[in-house]
Design a protein. Structure first.
Length: 224
């Protein structure tokens, strides 16, 4: 598949705090997986065979941390392009001694295309992808037909894709993609949103939206 030239993010790194920078220096070697355009052996990077959850665009990883704590039986692959968030996540993983989270600091499109073996994922989470609300920026949205095509090959046959957004226009766009896609289906039924999963952590990002009275739209999808 052709590599997308329009990115779903803007590198706005700014300065890392001392704590973020020292986390990256000290803990990356323990929990980080360097990007390279070759398929990963997921069993060997986690040192065990266990269900794999791909958490895309984790920010500072609040949701990943909570899920990984509650489900030590799962392995979590957290993807994020923004390093300050990863510094915070690394500090948290280390302080909680979690051994079921690994992190990749790279564009998820390349990771899906090159690193994730087909049928290897039990779940994919995309919680609050950047909404890019202006019409001229919609082309930057992470969720489009290309990523759907990639994800459908990566989920295992009983795999689940969970998405949440607080942008109605984005939710409508995702709904349309699901209506056109015969291979990933909306488990709530055509044109329906799913109830909020009880296990989904309210992150700072979601909390800010709720304070602004934003409604949140959840999708739970599976393979047809
Ligand atoms: C709005 S934040 C949401 C963070 C978190 N999921 C939450 O619910 O709080 C979206 C995140 O996705 C990341 N992101 C956007 N495009 C990405 C891409 N192509 N690959 C990896 N991360 C990406 C951004 O850097 C940002 O941190």
């Amino acid at each position: 598949m052709a590599r997308r030239s329009i990115k779903s993010y803007v590198k706005r790194e700014g300065r890392l705090t001392k704590s973020q920078s020292s986390a990256l220096d000290n803990y990356w070697v323990k929990y980080g997986v360097n990007y390279s355009p070759t398929a990963l052996n997921l069993e060997s990077i986690f040192g065990r065979r266990a269900p794999i959850i791909l958490d895309i665009g984790v920010g500072a990883g609040e949701s990943t941390i909570n899920h990984a704590l509650i489900h030590p039986e799962n392995n979590y692959l957290a993807i994020e392009v923004h390093r300050p968030g990863l510094g915070r996540l690394l500090n948290k993983i280390e302080s909680l001694s979690l051994n079921n989270i690994k992190i990749i600091n790279h564009d998820v499109i390349d990771i899906l295309e090159k690193q994730i073996p087909n049928r290897s994922l039990n779940q994919i989470f995309i919680f609050f992808p950047d909404p890019w609300p202006k019409k001229k920026h919609h082309k930057r949205r992470l969720i489009n037909s290309d990523i759907f095509m990639l994800m459908k090959d990566k989920l295992n046959l009983h795999g689940r894709l969970h998405i949440a957004t607080d942008c109605l226009n984005y939710a409508e766009h995702i709904n349309e993609l699901l209506n056109c896609n015969l291979e990933i289906i909306n488990l709530a039924g055509k044109d329906n949103f799913s109830p909020r999963p009880v296990w989904r952590t309210e992150t700072r990002y979601e909390h800010r939206g709720i304070k602004l009275s934003n409604k949140v739209y959840d999708f739970c999808c599976g393979l047809s």
